[in-house]
Ligand binder design. Structure first.
Ligand code: 44T
Length: 704
């Protein structure tokens, strides 16, 4: 790791050398421990190192990288944050921080704080209640502390706030202090459910304020928190418990337009007091989104005016559940089922598992039901027709050219002979004799449940290797192979041959190389997968001379847009929306330049230019993880350039390509959001400097 800092050398060279060699040894040692899976020892090592050098940003960052690679994202984020606090110019840590900031502070915090209407409603309701005599207040899930500050400003004598996220808790403390209320609001880093009187709260309070709700209302566990609050933290009366046991409520919804019934959408009205309310409905100007409950049984069910939907709704285990739907028409009554799974609104894990068991496959020889859990993005990829079709045609092209090449070499060997060669001995998990035979080998190192090995195996007599790890997913793929007449011995699981993940991309066996390696280049969130260039370089070394990497090349496209929504999600815009309270500079520390998981087709925006190619990554030749380009973009409509969304064309072959922005795509898009919007008029030209560094994209946008 290159981590010297000149000033250290200049100021005191002896110390600098010591620090440098210390760091070097530390990082080498940590790598060694990592390869031995001695994880706790790595952490102990870093802890000691940070005791010695508490202000060393490089050590903080490196510890963060270890945590991140082990899946501890929140913890990693804290280390990256500390590193850039120590040295704001330390690029490595900054890029790492940007990748994880979303987990520390979710983007909706910005939306909510920028929603002045919401803030005003809360402030008015809190003020009225406090002034009517509720002088002690508890704010459950305080976030940045805004509701607590409203209560204090309204004159509450005792204000307590609790927040379960460590980052948000620390942020609330900073915000409250900067608004001169440090001694007046007591912030606790805990979940309200763990609070007790008098341990955490001296006595019961007369008012609880909270906005711990999600789009489906109950997803943040509000019912449980309120029941607990009524029982333990609030002065009497009580009213909530009955909600959980109340009988389902039957709703009759007349169909007003004909179409196919896909889902039920729900929203709510928060009645803050008798007069003041906040609606999260689709026609409101609100920071909120609505909750979607897909209708399962009746997918594709056609409904028309005159029909009535009958829905039973209840609050089950403190979550909203739609029990059943019947479609009533003059002619018949038809029962359909609603998928009770909304975003986070499932009662328990068992139910979640059941609902997620979307891939159910029975194969010819298998009578018992095989269950395999897939994430929604994996299901979306299976449904991505363009993805499947283009991969099929690219694989077809490649495999046919490779097969004909092979046929020239060994035309005497028939396919049947070769199939007979495929007696794979993998019981010891070490060797596979096909890898030394002449059959073409395809390796798929896609993330998640990928059926591309089957697509390849269905096209030609090739041996395919999947990198699926989970036993159930392997079983599912095997069953799919079988039901698609792909013989057992043509599908292998590469992980079963490997000792650890780091060797995923390796030579199959001496003398033998892969014919095709499939890489997963773009993440669902819209970013380039980390480590892609290294992986591609490694993969190239493992290919036969005429072997192919999929994809071969990636083109990044972008365009200039004006989008207020995106801006509201990216930073708190001054003090106005937060009603004079000073919150922006604190939460804006968690601002990120690149926004992910955007759905460009539904994001409100105005296009100010045509799409343009920003950068090209040639995976067949790229050696460095650093690239830059400068392009000029013609403005075609006047407006304010606030962002540059970007997406990809993924070239599987010279003439077969798929894009990450189309109707059936499982990919979302990303956007670079400008710190300072640029006013443009039609005909202007903007200069875009695009930098690619270690899978991160950054941009500088200037007037031409
Ligand atoms: N999402 C909104 C949910 N908390 C808002 O840690 C609306 C999403 C959203 N703290 C698009 C648009 C929108 N005890 O910081 C969080 C959370 C904390 C608690 C202590 C508890 N029992 C809890 C429960 C939650 O409360 C804060 C606010 S939760 C608000 C959720 C703009 N997508």
């Amino acid at each position: 790791m290159k981590c010297q800092h000149d000033w250290k050398f200049n100021s005191f060279s002896l110390c600098a050398v010591t620090l440098e060699s210390f760091q070097h040894t530390l990082f080498k040692w940590a790598e060694e421990l990592n390869s031995l899976s001695r994880i706790q020892d790595i952490f102990d090592c870093y802890e000691q190192a940070l005791e010695l050098y508490p202000n060393n940003e490089v050590i903080w960052n490196s510890m963060g990288e270890h945590l991140f690679s082990l899946g501890f994202r929140d913890e990693a984020a804290g280390y990256f944050h500390k590193s850039i606090k120590l040295n704001p110019d330390y690029t490595e840590a900054r890029e790492n921080f940007y990748r994880v900031a979303n987990w520390l502070v979710e983007r909706w915090h910005f939306l909510m704080l920028n929603d002045k209407k919401r803030n005003v409603a809360y402030q008015r309701a809190i003020q009225k209640t406090v002034q009517s005599g509720c002088m002690s207040v508890l704010d459950i899930g305080t976030g940045t502390g805004i509701l607590s500050m409203f209560a204090r400003k309204a004159g509450a004598s005792h204000v307590y706030a609790c927040e379960l996220s460590k980052t948000m808790y620390e942020l609330a403390c900073e915000v409250i202090a900067s608004n001169q209320m440090a001694g007046q609001i007591k912030v606790l880093h805990m979940k309200s459910l763990d609070m007790e009187v008098p341990k955490d709260l001296p006595s019961r309070v007369s008012l609880v304020v909270t906005e711990t709700v999600d789009a489906g209302l109950f997803g943040e566990g509000i019912v449980e928190s309120l029941i607990h609050a009524w029982q333990h933290l609030l002065l009497p009366p009580k009213e909530l418990e009955e909600l959980s046991t109340r009988k389902p409520c039957r709703l009759c919804l007349p169909v007003v337009k004909e179409g196919v019934l896909d889902a039920i959408v729900a929203w709510f009205v928060l009645q803050l007091d008798e007069d003041i309310s906040l609606s999260t409905g689709p026609d409101e100007e609100t920071c909120w989104e609505q909750a979607v409950y897909p209708v399962q049984g009746a997918l594709g069910q056609f409904v028309k005016p005159g029909n009535t939907l009958i829905v039973d709704v209840s609050c089950n285990n403190a979550y909203l559940v739609f029990h059943s739907v019947a479609i009533l028409s003059h002619e018949l009554r038809m029962e359909v089922e609603v998928n009770t799974m909304s975003d986070q609104s499932l009662a328990n894990e068992a139910e979640l598992c059941d609902a997620l068991a979307n891939l159910q496959t029975t194969s010819k020889s298998q009578t018992n039901l095989l269950k395999c859990m897939l994430e929604s993005s994996e299901i979306a990829r299976l449904n991505n027709t363009q993805y499947n079709e283009r991969f099929k045609s690219a694989l077809d092209n490649i495999l046919s050219s490779l097969t004909s090449m092979d046929d020239e070499v060994c035309f005497s060997q028939t396919i049947d002979d070769r199939s007979a060669d495929m007696n794979c001995e993998n019981s010891n998990g070490q060797s596979s004799s096909d890898l030394t035979s002449d059959i073409l080998c395809v390796l798929d190192v896609s993330e998640g449940f990928s059926i591309l090995p089957l697509v390849a195996a269905k096209l030609r007599t090739v041996k395919v290797f999947s990198s699926l790890e989970k036993i159930q997913q392997q079983a599912a793929l095997r069953a799919l192979a079988e039901s698609n007449d792909i013989s057992k011995d043509r599908l292998e699981f590469w992980h079963n041959y490997l000792e650890d993940d780091s060797t995923l991309l390796q030579r199959p066996q001496s003398g033998k190389l892969w014919s095709v390696i499939i890489l997963d280049a773009i993440e669902v969130c819209g970013l380039i997968r980390q480590g892609l260039v290294e992986k591609a370089a490694l993969a190239r070394c493992l290919l036969r001379p005429e072997g192919r990497l999929l994809p071969q090349c990636i083109k990044i496209y972008g365009m200039l847009i004006e989008s207020e929504t995106l801006q509201r999600e990216s930073a708190v815009q001054g003090k106005e929306a937060t009603l004079g309270f000073n919150i922006a500079p604190f939460i804006n520390q968690f601002k990120v330049p690149v926004h992910v998981f955007l759905h460009l087709s539904t994001l409100p925006h105005i296009r100010l230019s045509e799409p343009v190619e920003l950068l090209m990554l040639d995976l067949m030749s790229l050696v460095t993880d650093e690239l830059c380009s400068e392009i000029r973009v013609q403005v075609h409509s006047s407006g304010r350039v606030t962002a540059v969304p970007f997406w990809y064309e993924i070239y599987l072959d010279t003439d077969v390509c798929l894009d990450t922005w189309n109707d059936t795509s499982h990919w979302k898009q990303a956007a670079f959001v400008l710190d300072n919007p640029i006013q443009v008029i039609s005909g202007d030209e903007l200069r875009l400097k695009i930098q690619y560094h270690k899978s991160s994209i950054s941009m500088i946008v200037n007037h031409g």
